[in-house]
Ligand binder design. Structure first.
Ligand code: NAD
Length: 503
């Protein structure tokens, strides 16, 4: 039996219970259908086959979940922090124990290739361990004495929070948001993406098996315009941590304005990788290819714009074309596969529409630009050349395995092109000149920049974007800044003069 056939058999066995029972909600520790009993079908990106029914929830389900999160909040907030730490570590243990199930489910539900997803569960477990270890210090503050007062600060969790996640790497992103929220002492209502609900359910199950009290973590499935919108509008929900498109972020900000929601947004990107002529070209090539064609290009931090200095552009692009043509597209559970099918038909149509847009605008399709025959949302890795910075393919987030190449002559021109979009999530700079790297990164409009490196996530560092790419930062203490309130208390240390009115 081939590795692929064996993997498909295993994945089918793991998903059988969802095929039979559907993916339901988890509210106040109980697995329940939507209150209306309604469901929608979830299909596989591989062949559009039926995977499972999913609870189609609305405002009433969100209300039940928000009330459960509200009721569970005081006890979770006041639980001794070392106890909280233990539960979070147990969740991490549970993730590790079910890593294969999570990886296989993620592949079939999202189309992401197993070569990347096999590590996703372990990275999710690391997110829990990192914030578990930070939990005991979550309430820590400062002492800021003045001549008359001993001023101290403490942090308190903000309350029940809503977490809304996208479909591109749903398991990882859910852990990324929920682990710090729980470590801070918040309770959670999670609304996962409608197109990829399975691993969010497994994750919430693991949390309950690890001893998380009922109501601390509630899961509500459904569409953005129903369940998602209701969550952002609910009075008992104090903040929304959202990962998704920039336009959805704008909607959420409007929806949450009535109840003055605190928001944390991780949004889209059109991230530049800038290769100067003194760069280590082989490493730059590897990194640029990895950052756009891994995870099917459905990656917020993807290097979707390649800016190459003119003096090396010809040779660099020649090598790039050969490599892109060689990328293996296939079934997500095949260990050889480098690019799998895109998440769903609507997204596949959007990505493919850029092939015509590129031609109409005058760019060249140097590789790919077509979809293989047959079922499934497969797209050949695509490379656009002869593009100019104002073209739509150089401005808009395509969110697929599609790279737009631009050229520049000078550092100033590179900076202008790199900063010339609405987005500002990541940037990647390749040069051996450290002074130039310092100067360039200082002016590059991005929340995260790597020099002579692909994106390597280090959990204590701040993750987030500028401009239309986001508001707020994740990671380390920055996560606690969002999920907690700062409180100042001033204790008089003597009898200082108090102004007397009406005396
Ligand atoms: P999306 O914005 O369409 O959906 C994301 C989530 O928002 C889903 O759960 C959806 O149901 C929900 N939603 C939709 N409308 C809503 C509404 N009116 N109110 C409340 N919730 C609503 O995004 P997507 O297509 O699922 O994901 C792809 C996008 O996510 C890309 O733009 C990508 O760049 C971005 N992303 C960003 C990061 C980051 O860290 N910056 C990470 C991953 C993905």
């Amino acid at each position: 039996m081939s590795d692929l056939t064996a993997n498909i058999e295993k994945a089918t066995a793991y998903l059988a219970r969802f095929a039979d029972n559907g993916v339901m909600n988890i509210i106040d520790g109980k697995t329940v259908p939507a209150l209306t009993g309604q469901t929608f079908d979830n299909a596989s990106p591989v062949d559009e086959a039926f995977l499972c029914k999913v609870a189609k929830s609305g405002a009433a389900d969100i209300d039940a979940a928000a009330k459960a999160a509200h009721a569970a909040f005081p006890a979770w907030r006041d639980m001794p922090l070392v106890e909280r730490k233990k539960i979070l570590h147990k969740i991490a243990d549970g993730i590790v124990a079910r890593a294969e199930e999570i990886a296989f489910a993620e592949c079939l539900d999202t189309g992401q290739a197993i070569r990347f997803m096999s590590k996703a569960a372990l990275r999710g477990a690391e997110n829990f361990r990192f914030f578990a270890d930070k939990a005991p210090a979550a309430r820590d503050g400062q002492a800021l004495p003045s001549p008359t007062l001993m001023n101290v600060t403490t942090r308190t969790p903000i309350g029940p929070v809503g977490v809304i996640t996208p479909w591109n790497t749903p398991f990882m992103l859910s852990t990324w948001k929920i682990a710090p929220a729980l470590a801070a002492g918040c309770t959670v209502v999670h609304k996962p993406a409608e197109f990829s609900p399975i691993t969010a359910h497994i994750l919430a199950e693991i949390a309950h098996e690890a001893g998380l009290p009922a109501g601390v973590w509630n899961l509500v499935n459904g569409f953005g315009e129903d369940a998602g919108k209701a969550l952002t509008e609910h009075k008992l929900i104090k903040a929304i941590a959202f990962v998704g498109e920039s336009s959805t972020g704008s909607m959420i900000m409007r929806q949450g304005s009535e109840t003055l929601k605190r928001v944390h947004f991780e949004l889209g990107g059109k991230n530049p990788v800038i290769v100067f002529d003194d760069a280590d070209q082989e490493r730059a090539l590897d990194a640029a290819i990895f950052m756009i064609y891994s995870l099917n290009g459905e990656r917020c931090t993807s290097s979707s714009r390649l800016l190459v200095q003119k003096s090396i552009a010809g040779q660099f692009t020649d090598k790039l074309v050969k490599r892109v043509e060689n990328i293996k597209v296939g079934h997500p559970l095949d260990p050889e596969t480098e690019v799998g099918p895109l998440i769903h038909k609507v997204h596949y149509d959007k990505v493919c529409s850029y092939f015509d847009i590129a031609k109409q605008d005058g760019a060249t399709i140097a590789a790919g630009g077509k979809a293989p025959q047959g079922k499934g949302h497969y797209v050949r890795p695509t490379l656009f050349t002869e593009a100019t910075p104002d073209m739509r393919i150089a401005q808009e987030e395509i969110f697929g395995p599609v790279l737009t190449t631009l050229t520049f002559e000078t550092e100033e021109e590179a900076l202008e092109i790199a900063n010339g979009t609405d987005y500002g999530l990541t940037g990647y700079v390749w040069t051996q000149d450290i002074t130039r790297a310092m100067r360039f990164t200082d002016k590059l409009e991005a929340g995260m920049i790597w020099v002579n490196s692909e994106n390597v996530r280090h959990l204590p560092t701040p993750f987030g974007g500028v401009k239309a790419s986001g508001i707020g930062r994740d990671g380390g203490e920055w996560s606690f800044d969002f999920y907690m309130e700062q409180k100042h208390i001033g204790f008089a240390i003597g009898e200082h003069k108090i102004p007397r009115l009406g005396a």
